[in-house]
Design a protein around this ligand. Structure first.
Ligand code: ADP
Length: 400
């Protein structure tokens, strides 16, 4: 009996030990499975996060994720490019962005988490304006809160709208300047017309003739402004190929403008020296004529009372690059004005007497646009009274 009881106990013990080992193995298996699943989840999470990062990096705009404490938790490639080597992750957005307006907008949204879209103007000192040198940059800020409580995050997308704002500004300035330029001759003409149409306005024939003469000169000026504005707007049109490219002999173009200015040249007793070899250039002959005409006419126009010498020199190198120089020995352009002469409506006023009708101030901006349309560059140097030179360089172009 005792033996039987002992055997039963031993059997039970063996069974117990076996069951415990099995349970142990099962628990181990379970832990292993759990760890595997956690690792898989972690891998999936990382994979997902990487996919999101790839998508964000492909965005053309800087993107930042900011948590409820104001720390930057994620950013994309365009954002990193702005800050270059500077570490911005897990840093307070206030310390990173530094601009007062930008920070106040973020603080506002952090305090009341609502989606918001706003335009901001950032000064040249801001890291976001680095690309624009001394100019402000303009951004459209798109802020969207996600999650709640501890999971609260803000997604910030910053769209750079600077080029659009700048070109709107240029257009607005152009319209304002053009209106101003047209208003002056128009008001002179309407004033004279009023005088002439008054009773007895035509009695003093000499005075009337003088008024008519002035009116004709101002109408000519209005015409010139309108024509110049049309040329500029054609050169600036969105049309990808505003140029009519064709090969032509450069010397013919030079000859053409000299013939057109023949009367003025003779009247001023100016000497025009041409040093242009016989080569062909591919370009838009209409605009090349305009370029040369404006440069030579300027030299003549600015120096009416002196023995003027104008020189037109052109050359073409073996690669087809063309260099054109138009120089004169006239009164020249003061150094302080030189950086601005290609701007629309800019004039060195001192050159004009009170009785003279002013130029349009558009001549050199047309020259610049036309040279740029030929993928070239233009520079001006001047030693007043000695030598003023405009140098144009254009690469070879092909007829499309
Ligand atoms: P404008 O119609 O007044 O000639 P431009 O744009 O052609 O306008 O020229 C801008 C200014 O540059 C002129 O007002 C003039 O003062 C100056 N300028 C241009 N070319 C010359 C030159 N060859 N000599 C002296 N001044 C010049």
């Amino acid at each position: 009996m005792k033996v039987f009881a002992f055997c039963c106990a031993a059997l039970l013990l063996v069974l117990f030990l076996l069951a415990r080992r099995k349970a142990g193995a099962a628990a181990q298996e379970l832990t292993h499975l759990r760890r595997e699943s956690q690792e898989r989840q972690q891998d999936m999470k990382e994979e997902h996060s990487l996919e999101i990062q790839h998508l964000l990096d492909a965005l053309p705009h800087p993107f930042f994720s900011i948590n409820g404490k104001g720390l930057i938790t994620r950013c994309n490639l365009p954002a990193r490019k702005i800050f270059r080597t500077r570490e911005i992750l897990n840093r307070p957005v206030r310390q990173i962005f530094l601009d007062a307006d930008l920070i106040s907008l973020l603080t506002e949204v952090l305090d009341s988490p609502e989606p918001c879209r706003r335009k901001l103007r950032l000064p040249p000192a801001s890291v976001f304006s680095a690309e624009y040198g001394e100019k402000d940059s303009f951004w459209e800020m798109d802020l969207r809160p996600t999650g709640e409580g501890d999971d609260l995050e803000f997604q910030l997308i910053m769209r750079d709208i600077t080029p659009g704002v700048h070109s709107d500004q240029v257009r607005q300035d152009f319209v304002a300047n053009a209106s101003h330029e047209l208003r002056t001759p128009l008001s002179i003409i309407s004033g004279y017309l009023e005088n002439l149409t008054e009773e007895g306005g035509l009695e003093d024939r000499a005075l009337a003739a003088k008024m008519l003469d002035t009116m004709v000169r101002h109408v000519t000026r209005i015409n010139r402004i309108v024509e110049d504005m049309l040329v500029i707007s054609r050169l600036e049109s969105d049309d990808a190929a505003p140029l009519n490219l064709a090969p032509f002999k450069f010397a013919h173009c030079v000859q053409d403008i000299i013939e057109r200015l023949d009367l003025v040249i003779a009247k001023q007793k100016a000497r025009v020296e041409v040093d242009v070899p016989d080569f062909e250039i591919v370009g838009d002959q209409f605009y090349w004529t305009q370029i040369l005409f404006n440069l030579v006419e300027n030299a003549l126009k600015q120096n009416p009372n002196m023995p003027l010498k104008v020189k037109i020199k052109a050359s073409q190198d073996d690669e087809g690059n063309v260099t054109v120089r138009v120089s004169d020995n006239g009164i020249g352009i003061p150094g302080s004005d030189l950086p601005f002469i290609f701007k629309r409506f800019y004039r060195v006023e001192k050159h004009h007497s009170q009785t003279q009708v002013k130029g349009t101030g558009l001549g050199l901006s047309i020259v610049l646009r036309a040279v740029e349309a030929h993928r070239g560059t233009i520079t001006a140097t001047s030693t007043p009274g000695l030598k003023t030179t405009f140098t144009i360089k254009v690469p070879p172009l092909e007829v499309i």
